[in-house]
Design a protein around this ligand. Structure first.
Ligand code: 5GP
Ligand code: MN
Length: 338
């Protein structure tokens, strides 16, 4: 067992009060990690509370049921009180305090022990115990490996298994990205052996669209997809931009455009897909790439973001027009350099 896992195991074995936190705009891996860790700690009879910066999508919200989760966007004072009562903070699926938005000060001021379990590149050294595995498919897979490594596999019941399956499934595009390996499938097999209805998780996440959501997708693909390689064959890039007015037209709710950026990448010959959406706090950008093209540096250097080599995000505070023109010239420059 690594030194970090030993330290985490000691924390779990002494009577600590845990608070579990995942990143802003929680995706399946963030929700799955937080819910799994809560159920795991409860099975070990540890005292645990979950807090999230804001609500996940309606599709993911049911996975937070029975975790006694509080959202900072809704109950900031109650969330602060939880930080004051806790002795150990478990940070999941993020590697820098800025990823929890306005809650970053609560992490910085926390007086207890801080633990981070995460798989994003370039972690900031903000925690006392840092468990980082950049090559791991998901934080959920990493959590399972930690549980096994600490000899706590008996605490993986169906609640833990269902939550971990959710995170591995969503962060790997349903088990198809290069980050998936034999170990991922081995772990999935062990999770399925607990007796969970794994197919139900796929159905709950992917077959739960509202009609507005599907129509927004249709509109985005048919009316708003721009292919840069139509003009310039050496620039295999596609992007979709959606203004606030366009999103409102389809009664946009959080999570409605989840997966849309991957549709761009599914086009033959396309190596970079970008989804650009006007949100209340700026222009949110989602980047995806494949083959030998890495997109996280561009997100980090030019759009206040970062992420994985093939899946990154960022935000722009320029107008939509300026953002698009900056993006296209940066991508053209990147491809002409290759
Ligand atoms: P998405 O496009 O799904 O919002 O984000 C894809 C990935 O990019 C996330 O898993 C996360 O790793 C990363 N990411 C998204 N937004 C940000 C951001 O603002 N900052 C950083 N550092 N990473 C981000
Ligand atoms: Mn993740």
């Amino acid at each position: 067992m690594t030194n970090e896992l030993n330290q985490l195991k000691s924390l779990l074995e002494s009577s600590n009060r845990f608070i579990i936190l995942a990143h802003k705009s929680p995706d399946g891996d963030a929700v799955g990690s937080a819910a799994a860790f809560y159920h795991f700690l409860s099975n070990l009879s540890c005292s645990a509370k979950v807090v999230l910066p804001d609500l996940p999508s309606d599709t993911l919200l049911p996975f937070m049921a029975h975790t006694d989760c509080l959202y900072f966007s809704e109950h900031p004072d109650a969330v602060k009180a939880r930080f004051e009562e806790a002795s150990v903070l478990i940070c999941l699926d993020f590697n820098a305090p800025s990823r929890v938005g306005d809650m970053h000060a609560l992490i910085e001021e926390f007086s207890g022990v801080k633990v981070m379990i995460d798989h994003h590149p370039e972690p900031e050294p903000f925690a006392d115990i840092m468990i980082s595995d950049v090559s791991n498919s998901s934080t959920c897979q990493l959590i399972y490996e930690c549980i096994q490594g600490m000899d706590f596999a008996h605490a993986v019941n169906q609640d833990v298994a269902r939550s971990l399956y959710l995170g591995i499934m969503t962060d790997t595009g349903s088990f198809r990205f290069p980050s998936v390996n034999a170990k991922t499938h081995q772990i999935l097999s062990e999770l399925i052996h607990t007796g969970i209805r794994h197919w139900q998780i796929h159905q709950d996440v992917f077959d739960n669209n509202r009609i507005d959501q599907l129509q927004l997708r249709g509109f985005a693909i048919s009316e708003k997809l721009v292919l840069l390689n139509n003009q310039d064959k050496s620039c295999p890039v596609g992007y979709i931009s959606l203004t606030r007015t366009e999103l409102d037209r389809f009664n946009y709710k959080a999570g409605d455009t989840e997966g849309l950026v991957n549709v761009i990448l599914s086009l033959e010959g396309i190596k970079v897909g970008v989804l650009i959406q006007e949100k209340s706090d700026g222009i949110k950008m989602s980047f995806r790439s494949k083959d030998e093209i890495f997109i996280n540096e561009l997100a980090k250097q030019h759009f206040n973001g970062g992420g994985h080599k093939y899946a990154a995000g960022g935000i722009s505070f320029d107008s939509m027009e300026v953002t698009i023109s900056k993006l296209t010239s940066l991508l053209q420059a990147q491809f002409h350099q290759e």
